[in-house]
Design a protein. Sequence first.
Length: 287
Amino acid sequence: MRDTIARGGTALPTGLSVRPLTAAIGAEVSGIDLRDPLDDVTVAAIRGLLLEHLVLFFRDQHIDDEQHLAFAQAFGPLSISPVATRYQDSPKVTVLDQVSPKGEGADEWHSDNTFMAKPPMASILRAAQLPEVGGDTCFASMYAAYDALSPALRSLVDGLRAVHDITKPMRKAIAAGHSTLDLAETQRRWPPVEHPVAATHPETGRKALFVNRNSTTHIVGLTERENDVLLPFLLDHVRSPDFQCRFHWEVGSIAFWDNRSVQHFAVADYTQRRVMRRVTIDGPGIT
C-alpha cells in the first residue's frame, strides 16, 4: 500500500524512503531488502525515483550475483558488455578488480558502453571488496550539463552527432591486464557508431549531453580544427561540481544509475584491492 509521496511526486510503497543528495542528482533509498523479489508497485516506484534523481544508492544490501541479476531484470532485459574482464565467470556480470586504477579508464568521466549501437539503459554496480580509504565514485547529471550551455551553444550541439569507438577502453583494459580479448577481433565485432551529441531521453523527453572521454572520438561534419576546440570543451564541461554528487562506498552498497543521462568517474585514490560487480540493463535508448 502506498503511503508516501517523494519530492518529485513519485508514490512510494509503505516503508520505502528516499533522501536526495544534491539538487542536480542522486538519492539514497532505504526501507527495502534487495534479497527479496520486488512487486510491481515497488518496481514502478524505483523506476520513478531513478528518472527523478538519475542515480539511486542502496546501502547494506548483501546480495549475491543471482539476486543482483534478478533486481536488474525487474527493470528490463540484460545488456551484455562487449568488454569482458578476465575475472568474471559469466558475461552477465562484469567484474572490475583493481589495485592501481590510475589511468585505467574508469577515472575519466564516461557513460557505460556508448560504443554500442544501443548503449545500456542503466547500470547497477555493487561493492564486493573495498580499500580501507578511497575508491569513491562521482556521478554527474548530463541534463544539468546540457542545460548549463548557453542557448547559442545548445542550438549548435542539437544538430550534431559524434562517433563512439570501443578501441580506447579496450586498449586500456588489455594493457592493464584486465582483459584477454583480442583487440582486432573486438574492433571487428564492434565497429564505431554514431550518437547525438545532445541526446533526447526516451522517457522524460529531456536533452542530455552525450559525449565522453573514454569512447567519443570526434564530432561528425566538423573539421579537425573545429573538433579540437569544441569536443574538448564539451568533455571538460561535464566535470562541473554543480552537476555532481559523490558516493562513498561500503561493502554491500549498490548504485543504480540511468546511463542515458548520467556520467560517472571512479576516483583513483587507492592502492588496495577494490572489487566491484556490475550488471547493465537494456531498454529504451536515446534518440
